[in-house]
Design a protein around this ligand. Structure first.
Ligand code: ADP
Ligand code: ZN
Length: 206
């Protein structure tokens, strides 16, 4: 962002698939703000107790301390008046209210930096990120590297048999794929295959 006068706030959004470097980029921007002695607060949604540690960790091992929140509104309540920069990671899990919360923070004069997935495991727009892009001042779209062919990867491939929108990923549950190698129906096919196997087992055993 150039030419910002007075205490104008704004919204920066970093999107892309898993492994595209969103957390790295968010951490980089927040570190630089801290080096400039700005007051920074960082939040991430508490979606799973296994990930309750008070820090954001990138796939490459970069980390920065953060606070867990249950809802986007909680971010609004927890931001202190003197805070200048607000960072939010994994924002796709924070729901529709994220948009009004980010708008309010920016209207209060804060620089809001939000990172999250822009598409889900089927390649569909992952709300609220697409709508947040529409109201943001600055958008950064990152790509990963397709693990199949090495091309730029725009998609997050789910590798396990579940069609729930949110399946929190440990290692091996997701990988980056380009548009050619992406298989949006893989999760569904795996469920069908599991059903078939179960039926065969049942038929054999009795
Ligand atoms: P995101 O937050 O978008 O999931 P991270 O910032 O956590 O991404 O991690 C990005 C890092 O992941 C890269 O710098 C690289 O070291 C590592 N990485 C692992 N697999 C891939 C991949 N398929 N494409 C790109 N980077 C990858
Ligand atoms: Zn590919």
């Amino acid at each position: 962002m150039d030419i910002v006068k007075g205490n104008m706030g704004w919204i920066e959004v970093i999107v892309g698939p898993m492994f595209s470097g969103k957390s790295e980029e968010l951490i980089r921007r927040l570190r630089r703000a801290e080096i400039a002695r700005q007051r920074v607060q960082i939040f991430k949604p508490l979606i799973d107790q296994r990930y309750a540690k008070n820090e954001i960790v990138s796939h490459s091992g970069l980390e920065i301390r953060s606070d867990n929140v249950g809802t986007a509104t909680e971010v609004l309540h927890r931001v202190e008046p003197r805070t200048e920069v607000v960072g939010i990671d994994e924002a796709q899990f924070l729901g529709e209210e994220l948009i009004t919360v980010c708008m309010k923070l920016a209207d209060m004069g804060k620089r809001v930096i939000v990172s999250g997935l822009d598409t889900d495991f089927m390649g569909r727009p992952f709300e609220p990120m697409p709508r947040l892009l529409a109201v943001a001042e600055e958008i950064t779209k990152l790509l990963a590297i397709c693990v199949r062919c090495g091309n730029p990867a725009v998609n997050t491939q789910r590798l396990v048999a579940s069609e729930d929108l949110i399946v929190v990923g440990a290692q091996g549950m997701y990988e980056a794929r380009c548009r050619r190698c992406f298989e949006p129906h893989l999760a569904h096919e795996k469920i069908e295959a599991e059903k078939e196997t179960e039926e065969k087992v049942r038929a054999v055993s009795g």
